[in-house]
Design a protein around this ligand. Structure first.
Ligand SMILES: [Zn+2]
Length: 495
């Protein structure tokens, strides 16, 4: 499979002898990397003759910065000129940018785009994408024009943007205020060390690098998706490594083998650099979350911590839980100069009786386990699963006010409150369909009679799983006095 091609432009200017870069926070509503800080970037179009042409077009579209041989200009989105029209067209559709500029008598200044390497996305992230990064240094004459750059960003793409000194940008990531992916962090760090030589910005010895398997989204919060036998369409469980001088591993879900080796390589490296693995911490006991727990605990002589109900469920699996965690408890890990890493435990039953979420206080990221998923769905399967508890847990997680949510399956999500609200509403809407189905039936109905009525909108192969969630809804309705039950039969309790 060929990699998707993208290009990115990093703007740099020098004021009073100090370099500044321009970065922006991606719109919170964007499905991929919403809320992360990044540079201007986008996919290569058929009309883009090169990566430079792509980077130049994205820079124009997203920021209004036009780099031509006759100078560098800022084109406002509402500008009443041929270039203003061109930018608005670039924002809404495909464009043969270089030809259209040519018709206006302008030519891109490709020489102003200094190549600083190609990055390939980590192996688990599909489709694979190759991003070419370029640095554009603004001339002394350009400064005044670009002071107001933040006011000219494409609003669908970005929340906010700003000029910032590279050292301050790096500090924002180190203290957990800003989320970044590996190439962005690499470039910011290299600029903080020495902003003048583009060679330092390359991904390594080579001009191209494959991103490592894990992403350190803020300093001391690493996400490593490991391949597990989980519920399709999800194929991975996010293993999370929290801390700096002291570490915990949350949910090492892969069985021993090549996948778990990726975790061990990372932890070995951190331990060699002086870190200490304090514990392995579990969100719950399902196999795709605990596959590598026993061997990892043995390898690092680390204890296992979990909720009492999880400990009980794991008794038969040869995993001994040595510390029981409960709602409200804080796990404090020694950090670096930026301070400690504290995780607040949230007891969030529903999917599993002992399910825990962990709120990373420094970054505002909620490590959510199987409370919700951004790929696939969460099954509420009685008697272990309980719909009433699950709805209360979604509400409980909303009250934390997290900035980012990291589910066990799928990618990170900004605006967690909105996602959690969506899942509450989704479950309540389904429950209304259950009530309506019960009302339709003249006689008490069997569970399997109700499935095709309540789940008419989902493919038939999903029905066996759907039947489990239906039972959870029915039990919830019985608890509320809305439905009656005798054995396998359910009925609506009239008004
Ligand atoms: Zn689970």
């Amino acid at each position: 499979m060929t990699a998707k091609k993208t290009a990115s432009a990093v703007l740099i200017r020098t004021r009073a002898g100090r370099a500044e870069l321009f970065w922006a926070q991606r719109a919170l509503a964007r499905a991929f990397l919403g809320g992360f800080h990044a540079f201007f970037a986008g996919s290569k179009l058929p009309a883009d003759a090169s990566f430079v042409a792509c980077a130049a077009r994205e820079l124009f579209e997203e920021a209004g910065v036009l780099v031509t041989r006759s100078g560098t200009r800022l084109i406002a989105l509402d500008e009443d000129s041929a270039l203003g029209v061109l930018r608005r067209r670039a924002c809404t559709g495909e464009l043969d940018f270089e030809s259209e500029l040519g018709e206006l008598g302008l030519q891109l200044d490709a020489a102003r785009f200094e190549p600083v390497g190609h990055w390939l996305t980590p192996p688990w992230l599909l489709p694979t994408s190759e991003t070419a990064f370029f640095v554009v240094r603004l001339g002394d004459d350009d400064h005044g024009i670009f002071d107001a750059l933040a006011d000219h960003l494409q609003v669908e793409e970005f929340e906010v943007g700003s000029w910032i000194e590279p050292a301050a940008a790096l500090a924002a990531w180190q203290t957990g205020q800003v989320f970044m992916t590996t190439p962005i962090e690499h470039i910011v760090r290299a600029l903080a060390e020495d902003a003048s030589s583009p060679g330092r910005l390359l991904p390594g010895e080579q001009e191209q690098a494959v991103s490592q398997a894990h992403i350190e989204i803020v300093a001391g919060l690493r996400v490593l998706p490991l391949h597990t036998a989980t519920l399709l369409p999800a194929t991975h469980t996010n293993c999370v490594i929290v801390g700096q001088s002291e570490l915990v591993i949350i949910d090492p879900g892969s069985k021993p083998g090549a996948e778990l080796d990726k975790l061990w390589e990372l932890v070995d490296r951190l331990v060699d650099a002086g870190a200490r693995l304090k514990a392995i911490v579990l969100t719950h006991q399902h196999p795709d979350h605990v596959g590598g727990v026993r061997e990892t605990a043995t390898r690092y002589a680390a204890p296992v911590w979990a909720h009492a109900a999880t400990a009980l469920a794991l008794e038969g699996a040869g995993i001994r839980v040595s510390r029981l965690l409960d709602d409200g408890e804080r796990l404090v890990l020694a950090g670096d100069a930026g301070g400690e890493h504290a995780l607040e435990c949230l007891h969030t039953p529903g999917h599993a009786a002992g399910h825990l979420c962990f709120y990373h206080e420094r970054s505002g990221c909620l490590i959510a386990g199987d409370l919700v998923a951004s790929t696939g769905t969460i099954v509420i399967d009685p008697p272990e699963g309980n719909m009433g508890d699950y709805l209360a847990s979604l509400r409980r997680a909303q009250r934390v006010g997290a900035r980012m949510l990291l589910p066990a399956h799928g990618w990170l999500v900004a605006q967690p409150e909105r996602l959690l609200e969506h899942f509450v509403e989704h479950r309540l809407a389904r429950e209304q369909l259950v009530v309506a189905a019960l009302e339709q039936c003249e006689n008490p109905a069997m569970l399997l009679e109700l499935v095709p009525i309540v789940y008419a909108d989902v493919p038939e192969y999903v029905w066996p799983l759907a039947a489990r969630s239906l039972l959870a809804h029915l039990e919830h309705l019985v608890e509320q006095g809305v439905a009656g039950r005798e054995g396998d039969r359910f009925w609506h309790c009239g008004q």
